[in-house]
Design a protein. Structure first.
Length: 712
């Protein structure tokens, strides 16, 4: 339960705090004043006792001190001096005057003179020649005696007790030659100190208390009139303001003046007016937001319904396995996908990405998707479809939006895929055991410029081949460290999941993206579509791939395997294991050693030089052709006998590092010594010698080095 404001509490606590503050201030001032008073008092006593000490010193005969200390009895001179010292003791209100001679070790001292005031309680005069031990005194006391006796410096000591204390002043006694022969000490009581202290403190605290009470009383009157009463009114009114939704009772009209509280009162009155206006505006804005939210929900549902969501799409075409998804970054997005049969043998797939986000992008997406499908049902060429749709989208495109798009039309009977790319990301293709980007030079995006021409490309799909089309929301997904997911992560993710179904693959990619992004918000729409071509009895596409008959496949053809590695030294072992897995069991040791050397030379060069200073990947494909050396090839088989066959291993390295042709380097002169021949070039030279063939090409932004070896 919230506490209510209590004006009486404020009126009590504030003066109490002020009173306590003033009391503490008075006590502090009193103590500080007492310390000053005490210092002045001690200075006065020091002056008096020093004067008395030197007066007493004038009564002494320094030349006779050593004789008295050695045992000389009192004589008339000693008696006269003792009388004078006693008179001085009584007239100056001293407690003691005594003259002593310490021994050289400062362990004992001999009394020469000792006078005691009659009023000193239990005061006893120490006779001439009495020896007193100094061992009962502390080191500081001994040090003071040494200061006087050895250095000739006087010392002053103040001692305080319940009766007030006393001050002791000691000065050196010298003979006629200036040598110090004894110590004269004067002890004066300070009994009046305690009385003076009590009177000082009492007067200080009484006056301070009276001034404090008077100040607090006057301050309370002023405080109540100028601060507490107006503050109480403002507090009551703000509480009423909170309870009654901005309504005021009129109490603030009693707060007048131009000080800060009056300004606060006027501000509260204005706040009440502003609050009523704000509530009215907020009510209207909330209703409008709810209406827009409801409309966005409907728009989201409409957009989702526009995208095909039945998978598999066609029951009468089992050769097509397809799955797609679109996750907008906002309620509605600009990404889209579509697929449809243009006729009984042609299947079209489309993935697009509209610039921008939200409602404008979604509206433009609807127009673009509709035009692409309408024109796609009339035209068989993706390039021609893009040209017509581009011209139509450019008309009235005042907002300057555009669409990146990838479209492909697959001939189901042959596996021929014709496609065009309008500024879109390159899809990933699974083909012949490889996982790689289907990279071509993209044309300008749609709606970018009227009258553009688009180029189409061809590729051949075999049963089991797959194509994965996506938008840049996948590769440009950003984590909290502002790092991009990137193309390398995408292809590595897919290469390790090539056995999954289309739906499972899309889910795996999305999970990998989510794991990379973590808690960072989704920045862009994410759309993915995968098409897999299956082999069926009714399909005209052969089981082993385009251009290869089923009989040939059953007879035993080349087998290949592709894997992507991070280009690091640590992966040298896994690379060798990958190559060895493709070798037949009876591979000669000599050939195995040559293969290992060649593979290591090529791989280490990529790991060390292709991507530095950044990291990258290398794709390695191994193809083993068991019937490579047929008799018609003009080569000898195992044992050098014509007509026999021996397996051939082909290894292909692909990297997207800096362009570099290792074969362009001139072969080293191996007839020279190592010192004369220079560094470098020997590794690739041996690779060319050990392998049957080594070729290099730079295509589609990739270094491609291929080498083959007959394993006999």
């Amino acid at each position: 339960m919230a506490k209510t404001f209590n004006p009486a509490s404020l009126m009590f606590r504030l003066p109490l705090y002020i009173f306590l503050f003033c009391a503490i201030l008075c006590i502090a001032n009193g103590l500080i004043g007492y310390r000053v008073f005490k210092a002045l008092f001690e200075e006065q006593y020091e002056t008096i006792t020093r004067q008395i000490a030197y007066t007493a010193l004038s009564y002494l005969d320094g030349d006779s001190i050593e004789g008295y200390a050695a045992g000389k009895p009192a004589d008339e001179a000693w008696t006269e001096t003792d009388r004078k010292l006693n008179v001085l003791t009584r007239t100056s209100d001293l407690a003691y005057i005594y003259v002593t001679v310490p021994d050289s070790a400062f362990e004992n001292r001999t009394y020469i003179y000792d006078t005691v005031h009659p009023q000193v309680v239990n005061g006893k005069v120490i006779p001439l020649g009495r020896v007193s031990s100094l061992k009962k005194h502390d080191e500081k006391y001994i040090a003071n005696l040494k200061q006087v006796m050895l250095e000739g410096k006087p010392y002053i000591k103040f001692s305080y007790n319940k009766t007030g204390g006393h001050v002791t002043t000691s000065i050196p006694v010298a003979d006629s030659s200036g040598g110090i022969v004894g110590i004269l000490s004067v002890v004066k009581p300070m009994s009046e100190v305690d009385a003076l202290k009590d009177r000082y403190l009492k007067m200080t605290f009484i006056l301070s208390a009276l001034l404090t009470v008077l100040f607090v009383f006057i301050y309370i009157l002023v405080l109540h009139h100028r601060l507490i009463r107006p503050l109480v009114l403002v507090t009551k009114e703000t509480a009423s303001f909170a309870r009654h939704k901005g309504e005021l009772s009129g109490l603030l009209t009693k707060v007048t003046g131009r000080d800060e509280i009056a300004i606060l009162a006027r501000a509260v009155e204005q706040m009440s007016v502003d609050m009523h206006q704000y509530i009215a505006d907020l009510t209207h804005a909330t209703a409008e937001k709810e209406r827009l939210s409801a409309e966005l929900d409907v728009a989201t549902q409409i957009q989702a319904n526009m995208l095909p969501r039945i998978f598999p799409p066609y029951a009468d075409h089992p050769e097509i396995e397809l799955f797609a998804s679109m996750d907008p970054a906002k309620e509605v997005g600009g990404d889209f996908y579509d697929f449809f049969m243009t006729d009984s043998d042609h299947f079209a797939i489309i993935v697009g990405d509209v610039s921008g986000k939200g409602v404008p992008a979604a509206l433009f997406m609807v127009v673009a998707k509709t035009l692409l499908k309408n024109v796609g049902l009339q035209e068989s060429s993706p390039a021609r479809i893009f040209e017509k749709v581009n011209d139509q989208l450019c008309e009235g495109n005042d907002a300057g939006l555009f669409v990146t798009c990838w479209m492909g039309i697959l001939t189901l009977s042959t596996g021929d895929l014709v496609f065009a790319n309008a500024g879109h990301t390159s899809p990933v293709i699974f083909h012949g055991g490889r996982v790689e980007y289907l990279t071509v030079k993209p044309n300008l995006m749609l709606a970018g410029m009227q009258g553009m021409k688009y180029k189409e490309h061809h590729t051949q799909l075999a049963p089991g081949d797959r194509i994965f089309v996506y938008t840049d929301g996948v590769t440009e997904a950003t984590n909290a460290a502002n790092e991009l997911y990137g193309e390398n992560r995408l292809i590595l993710c897919m290469a390790n999941r090539r056995t999954l179904s289309a739906k499972e693959l899309l889910e795996a990619v999305r999970d990998d993206v989510n794991q990379f992004v973590g808690s960072a918000p989704q920045f862009d729409d994410i759309t993915m579509l995968e098409l897999s071509l299956k082999a069926t009895e009714a399909s005209g596409v052969s089981q082993t791939g385009a251009g290869t008959s089923t009989a040939a496949a059953l007879a035993g053809g080349p087998r290949s395997q592709t894997k992507i590695f991070d280009a690091t030294d640590e992966n040298m072992g896994p690379v060798n294991d990958f190559v060895h897995a493709m070798l037949p069991e009876n591979c000669p040791v000599e050939i195995l050693n040559k293969l290992d050397l060649a593979v290591e030379e090529v791989y280490i060069n990529i790991a060390h030089y292709a991507y530095k200073p950044v990291d990258g990947t290398v794709e390695i494909s191994c193809t083993l052709d068991e019937a490579a050396q047929a008799a018609g090839e003009g080569q000898q088989g195992t044992g050098g006998q014509p007509g026999k066959t021996a397996p051939r291993l082909t290894i292909c390295f692909k990297d997207r590092g800096k362009p570099f042709d290792p074969l362009a380097r001139e072969d080293p002169d191996i007839t020279l010594s190592a010192e004369d021949r220079g560094i470098g070039g020997l590794g690739i030279f041996l690779t060319k010698k050990f392998m049957d063939s080594v070729t290099y090409a730079y295509e589609d932004g990739q270094n491609i080095l291929t080498m083959s070896k007959v394993l006999a």
